[in-house]
Design a protein around this ligand. Structure first.
Ligand SMILES: [Zn+2]
Length: 385
């Protein structure tokens, strides 16, 4: 059974057909309950302990525990069961199709390929006969495409010693760090006045223009000019802008929404300080400049720690499957690995190649899924003894 390539495609296609759009993004998204129920049914013949942790109404994390004989560590495989919406390919998103050695469909790569790998690795280890010492914990978590309440709940409820977060990447690579990010409102104040009374008015939008210029200059001269090994240039872009009330009045305030990254070892407070330095520069032009920085969301960067023995097991697995150890890489994006590691759980991240993420014709490589399944199965067997 372990060598039957058809079983990967069959299980993945089954998961893609089930709509599990996160309601955090799309209010009428179905949520993850049907995926959890499908997995419970699929796992029913195995000697595993199944739990549905209701994270939010109708949104359960599925937890499947293969209990070891004792004395070993607990390893978690975490893949998320939700997807983004599919308004741009409504007709076909939920109908998986084969295209060469790819499977195309909503969530085919992100992250149902990884749910498939976690479930099949669990099945293989449960039916192999050789009892492991440690526990294998498979978690299909909700809401990764939203606010990550699934992984937050997982690390609160379930003690574990190490974790592999499964997200599409490349079969020969392991992610050991990635950027964090912040969503920030930059507010600049003026003074409202009748348009014909320039002595009384202070134009908040003109002052905001100087702030935007300063932030862009820092992006070009610092972030773009000094990309960080592994994670690339620090993310920065403006996102939204609003200000003023009407044509006839000096604008009293302007608000700029930005997304900005943090590299491992940095905190969002470092970025806030930089924005305040830009304020100081603008103050050289407008001595009575007034602005403030409001952090709306902060997500810490990820850097794996305490993961040496897990990574060594993964390298041995990759050597057996691919003929070489895993290449260490980073990301300029954010994943739930940061939450796992922040909870004190040594974490690494792997996954199969895919493309068109969050877009029509999302695909995953079936051969890479087979390689990843074998790497994950061997890593777990090695690590859990
Ligand atoms: Zn994902």
């Amino acid at each position: 059974m372990a060598t039957d390539p058809g079983r990967i495609e069959e299980l993945l296609a089954g998961l893609v057909r089930i709509e599990s759009v996160t309601p955090w993004l799309i209010p009428d998204g179905a949520g993850e309950a049907r995926i959890a129920a499908f997995a419970v049914d699929w796992l029913r013949d195995l000697p595993v302990e199944l739990t549905l942790d209701e994270v939010a109404p109708g949104r359960p994390n599925l937890i499947a525990r293969l209990r070891g004989s004792g004395g070993g560590p607990t390893l978690c495989l975490n893949a998320h069961s939700d997807t983004v919406g599919y308004a741009n390919w409504r007709e076909t998103a939920l109908m998986p199709v084969r295209d060469g050695d790819r499977l195309v469909g909503l969530g085919a790569a992100d992250d149902k390929s990884c749910c498939t790998i976690a479930l099949l690795a669990l099945r293989d280890l449960a039916t192999e006969g050789s009892r492991l010492q440690g526990d294998l914990l498979v978690a299909l978590t909700v809401d990764e495409e939203g606010a990550s309440i699934g992984t937050e709940d997982l690390v609160r409820r379930h003690p574990m010693d190490a974790a592999i977060v499964l997200e599409p990447e490349h079969a020969g690579e392991v992610i050991v760090e990635h950027q964090g990010f912040g969503w920030i409102d930059v507010v600049v104040y003026g003074r409202p006045a009748h348009g014909s009374n320039p002595e009384a008015g202070i134009d908040a939008i003109v002052r905001m223009a100087e702030v935007v210029r300063g932030l862009h200059r820092r992006d070009v001269e610092v972030y773009q000019a000094g990309p960080v090994p592994f994670n690339g240039r620090t993310v920065f872009h403006t996102s939204t802008i609003r200000g003023g009330t009407d044509y006839a009045t000096y604008p009293a305030s302007a608000v700029l929404g930005i997304e900005i990254g943090t590299q491992p070892g940095e905190r969002l407070a470092d970025r806030v300080r930089e924005i305040e330095e830009t304020f100081s520069e603008v103050r050289a032009i407008f001595p009575d400049f007034r602005g403030e920085v409001n952090v709306r969301l902060e997500r810490e960067p990820f850097r794996a720690r305490g993961h040496d023995s897990l990574l060594a097991a993964a390298d041995r697995a990759a050597l057996a499957v691919l003929g070489r150890p895993l290449e260490r890489v980073g990301l300029n994006a954010w994943t739930d690995a940061a939450l796992m590691q922040a909870a004190g759980i040594p974490t690494i991240e792997m996954g199969p190649a895919g493309g068109n993420f969050h877009a029509p014709q999302e695909w995953v490589s079936l051969p890479e899924m087979a390689q990843l399944l074998e790497i994950v199965r061997r890593t777990a067997a090695d690590f859990l003894g």
